[in-house]
Design a protein around this ligand. Structure first.
Ligand SMILES: *[C@@H]1O[C@H](CO)[C@@H](O)[C@H](O)[C@H]1NC(C)=O
Length: 371
């Protein structure tokens, strides 16, 4: 007979082995399939090599870089890639002389994953991209939806490099410490139950996120599945018009693996940012002559009044806390206002011309919308 103490030891060892096996089998994501390595999808887009060896794929549009009067870096949203752009009219882009570069954020499409990525590293990637492409001392940054954290990160970490910022329906972190609990809870409560679960796990148990997202018992996340419930009526019209297929797009942008693209994004967005937007200083102080930013330099927040992905109440609160933020709200828009040409035109004009030079037609369309 095995002595009781031996039996306990054996049992503990067996449990530990089972736990390790279970952890690897159930909780750990498979390693990402790096673009351009054998057996993996090829990297066909232009890419830069960052100081830490990662590649960042990018796509340029608008007027040629060398002829541009304004240079804009775009950070895309969750189920998206460097194919994201403002839907501004080509005539306006030409008239204003705007060059755009959008890049695959780490782990998306053709950019290498970055398991250590943070809000700060997102800002640093943008700076390195801008420097390697020679965009000059100052450039504009546009952050869309969850990509908004990259733009907030730029305001925090590289304000001296910015010519202006547009946060287009920027993501909200329900765990920003100075967000009033009532407001945060109310906004969180409006989310689809599956997103509440997913975002909670991303925040509190990121080690469990892969297992949770890939389980088959309940819908892991309405936002990632693109369920119609999360979109306003206008959003659904836009998705229909674009012929947007969420499943196909997810497959496309997560071709290296879904963990280091989409899931890592949730962990960063709902994790600890190291700062809070509501506590940031004005990146373009006007009274001091220290900087060389122009008088049109500003931080804009654009929000749809009927956005069902991000609660406008929270967005308004953040903007009220920051007197230097220019807050614009389109009352009948949802989360996808950037796909409306009239709004993308407004975003672009405000960004590169500033409010002083805005034309009357635009002024009237915005006056009604401004909060
Ligand atoms: C969307 O894409 C998926 C995967 O590529 C495909 O199976 C599905 O049929 C598509 N749905 C529609 C409505 O086209």
């Amino acid at each position: 007979m095995v002595p009781p103490s031996r039996a306990v030891t054996l049992l503990s060892a067996a449990v530990a082995l089972l736990a390790v096996w279970g952890y690897h089998a159930l909780l750990l994501p498979p390693p990402p399939k790096l673009c351009g390595t054998p057996g993996s999808p090829p990297a066909v887009s232009p890419r830069i090599r960052l100081h830490d060896g990662r590649h960042l794929a990018y796509r340029e549009s608008g007027v040629p870089r060398a002829e541009a009067r304004h240079r804009v870096v775009l950070a895309h949203g969750l189920v998206d890639s460097k194919d994201f752009s403002l839907s501004a009219s080509p005539e306006l882009v030409e008239e204003l002389g705007v060059y755009f570069v959008c890049f695959d954020r780490p782990g998306f499409a053709e950019s290498d994953p970055h398991p250590g990525r943070t809000v700060k590293s997102a800002a640093m990637d943008i700076q390195e991209l801008a420097d390697q492409l020679g965009l000059g001392e100052r450039f504009y940054v546009v952050g869309a939806s969850i990509g908004g954290y990259a733009a907030w990160g730029c305001i925090k970490h590289i304000p001296h490099r910015l010519a202006g910022v547009a946060l287009v329906v920027p993501g909200i972190n329900y765990w920003w410490p100075s967000l009033p609990a009532g407001l945060a809870n109310a906004a969180f409560g409006k989310l689809h139950p599956s997103d509440r679960r997913a975002f909670w796990v991303a925040r509190h148990a990121p080690w469990l996120l892969y297992a949770y997202m890939t389980q088959k018992l309940v819908t892991p996340s309405a936002a990632l599945a693109g369920l119609p419930d999360i979109f306003s009526r206008q959003d659904q019209e836009i998705l229909g018009m674009l012929g947007f297929n969420t499943t196909a797009t997810v497959e496309q942008v997560t071709r290296q693996g879904i963990h280091e693209s989409l899931y890592r994004d949730l962990m960063v967005a709902f994790g600890d940012w190291g700062f809070e937007p509501m506590k940031l200083a004005d990146p373009f102080p006007r009274h001091s002559d220290g900087g060389s930013s122009s008088s049109s330099s500003a931080v804009h927040v654009w929000q749809g009044g009927e956005d069902r992905v991000l609660d406008p109440e929270v967005q308004r609160y953040v903007a009220r806390k920051l007197p230097w933020v220019r807050y614009h709200e389109c009352p009948d828009c949802g989360h996808l206002l950037v796909h409306k040409e009239v709004w993308s035109n407004a975003i672009l004009r405000e960004l590169v011309l500033g409010p002083e030079q805005e034309d009357d037609r635009h002024k009237s369309s915005c006056a009604a919308a401004a909060a």
